[in-house]
Design a binder for this molecule. Structure first.
Ligand code: 5GP
Ligand code: ZN
Length: 124
C-alpha cells in the first residue's frame, strides 16, 4: 500500500467485482464503451512482478471481465494489454491490465490492433 498511489487508494464503491488478488473497475477515461481495468490488490509495478498464483488468478479475472463486458456491452472483439514502463506508455506504476471492448466500425480500419502503439506501424 503506497499512500500516493491512486490504485492503492481506490474508492471501494467503484469496484465492480474482485477476487483475492485483483479488482475490476471501469477506466476513468475510457477509450471505448466498457473499457475496464484489472488492478492488483498488491502494489506491484507490472505484469512481470506477479507470482504464479496471481498469474492464474488474473486469467480467471480476465474471463470474468469478459463475461461481464459481453453481457453488458455486447462487443465484437477486445484489445487486452499492459503498458510496462514509462517508455511503453505506463502512467500509473501499479499493475493494471486494460480490457478494451471493440465494436464493428469503431475505427475506419482496425487492422493491426495493438500494433498501433507505434501508430505508423499499425497497418501492415
Ligand atoms: P496506463 O497509462 O498506466 O497504462 O493506464 C492508466 C489508466 O488509468 C488510464 O487508462 C487512465 O484512464 C486510468 N486512470 C487514471 N486515473 C484513474 C482513476 O482515478 N480511476 C480509474 N478508474 N482509472 C484511472
Ligand atoms: Zn499502488
Amino acid at each position: 500500500m503506497e499512500k500516493d498511489c491512486i490504485f492503492c487508494n481506490i474508492d471501494k464503491s467503484k469496484i465492480i467485482f474482485g477476487n483475492d488478488s485483483f479488482i475490476a473497475m471501469m477506466d476513468e477515461f475510457p477509450v471505448s464503451k466498457g473499457h475496464m481495468l484489472i488492478i492488483s490488490r498488491r502494489h506491484i509495478e507490472n505484469i512481470f512482478d506477479l507470482t504464479m498464483n496471481e498469474a492464474e488468478s488474473l486469467q480467471l479475472m480476465l474471463i470474468e471481465v469478459k463475461k461481464y463486458l459481453t453481457m453488458h456491452y455486447h462487443p465484437d472483439g477486445f484489445n487486452i494489454g499492459c503498458n510496462c514502463g514509462e517508455s511503453a506508455g505506463q502512467t500509473v506504476m501499479h499493475f493494471h491490465m486494460h480490457v478494451i471492448p471493440r465494436y464493428k466500425c469503431d475505427v475506419k480500419n482496425p487492422r493491426g490492433g495493438v500494433r498501433g502503439v507505434i501508430p505508423k506501424k499499425r497497418n501492415y
